[in-house]
Write a protein that binds this ligand. Structure first.
Ligand SMILES: [Zn+2]
Ligand SMILES: [Zn+2]
Length: 98
């Protein structure tokens, strides 16, 4: 494990994380149950994560930003469940970016 860590918004993240977070802002929708839906921004979740006080504890998104794909805080826009495993919606086979 030689991955370089950097300080970002007061958190320790891998060196490429700020870029991944920036890239995440470019994909504003996801497909759910065959429907294109807008993703849920940090701070818009049904569950309060303290977005007004601190960045996302998992992916360091600031309030109003999209989470990095795979963040365990991101909510499913269809059902409000957890994007990462806690939701029963039908997903495309994978989340490949085009
Ligand atoms: Zn997040
Ligand atoms: Zn869902």
């Amino acid at each position: 494990m030689t991955e370089e860590m950097v300080s970002f918004r007061g958190m320790r993240v891998s060196a490429d994380w700020p870029r991944r977070l920036r890239d995440a802002q470019l994909s504003t929708t996801c497909r759910r149950n065959g429907v294109e839906m807008g993703r849920v921004r940090y701070g818009d979740e049904r569950h309060a994560w303290g977005a007004e006080r601190r960045p996302c504890h998992d992916c360091a998104a600031a309030r109003g930003e999209f989470h990095v794909p795979g963040c365990d805080v991101e909510e499913c826009p269809a059902c409000g469940g957890q994007m990462l495993g806690g939701c029963d919606c039908e997903w495309p086979d994978d989340e490949e970016e085009e």
